[in-house]
Design a protein around this ligand. Structure first.
Ligand code: GTP
Ligand code: MG
Length: 199
């Protein structure tokens, strides 16, 4: 499941501009600043995706080809441009267009910041994906932070999130704890994605 080769392919502003290709792909999504681009870089062990302390860095759909056989897709974060409507999932319509029209999408890796308590917008996003029958995995980020916002611990934040999700799903989605700083969860997540590809 290891990554031997990774290359940036293209940035697209619309779903229909994405690479025309039948290789499988995984979308990396989550709130702005949750660590999507950092996770991609940690997985490929290169600075491939641009990261920033300021939210809203990634504005396009970015395709990265892995081992010449599958794609990882970095998407813009939600919950920043539309912060005032944070109770609703409403990030760019082009992103939704991507989810609903991308036939080669294997699953969505929904990143959730483990250093803060559960956020309404993440639960809304999970519900939207669930309603649209799009397979997802919860990837908890920033698990290296011993004390996140409000002094809460990642393990407690994750447990709370799972409890809230458990109320919506008969069978909760798979999940993995990660840190782009320590490399926690890297191998586990790569193995998980390879299992999903061969499923
Ligand atoms: P947008 O492109 O704006 O949607 O953000 P993003 O989700 O791509 O986040 P990005 O990877 O740019 O990271 C945002 C900030 O969080 C940066 O300052 C990162 O250094 C920090 N960060 C990301 N992952 C981790 C992590 O695992 N642990 C810690 N401690 N910080 C992290
Ligand atoms: Mg980004």
């Amino acid at each position: 499941a290891q990554i031997k080769q990774a290359q940036f392919v293209k940035s697209s502003s619309r779903a229909k501009d994405c690479p025309k290709d039948d290789r499988p792909e995984f979308a990396i999504i989550g709130r702005s600043n949750v660590g999507k681009s950092s996770l991609i870089n940690a997985l490929v062990r290169q600075d491939m995706a641009l990261t920033s302390k300021k939210p809203g860095k990634t504005q396009l759909i970015n395709h990265f080809l892995i081992n010449k056989s599958w794609y990882m897709v970095d998407l813009p974060g939600y919950g920043f441009a539309h912060a005032s409507e944070s109770a609703r999932i409403d990030w760019s319509s082009f992103t939704k267009g991507y989810f609903l029209n991308r036939d080669t999408l294997v699953a969505v890796m929904l990143l959730v910041d483990a250093s803060i308590p559960p956020q309404r917008i993440d639960l809304d996003c999970a519900n939207w994906l669930g309603r649209n029958n799009i397979g997802m995995t919860f990837v908890f980020t920033k698990c290296d932070k011993t004390k996140g916002g409000k002094g809460t611990r990642p393990v407690d934040n994750i447990r709370q999130f799972q409890e809230l999700i458990g109320k919506c799903y008969g069978e909760p989605p798979p999940w993995v704890m990660t840190s782009s700083v320590t490399g926690l969860g890297r191998d586990e997540l790569l193995l998980h994605m390879s299992q999903l590809r061969n499923y």
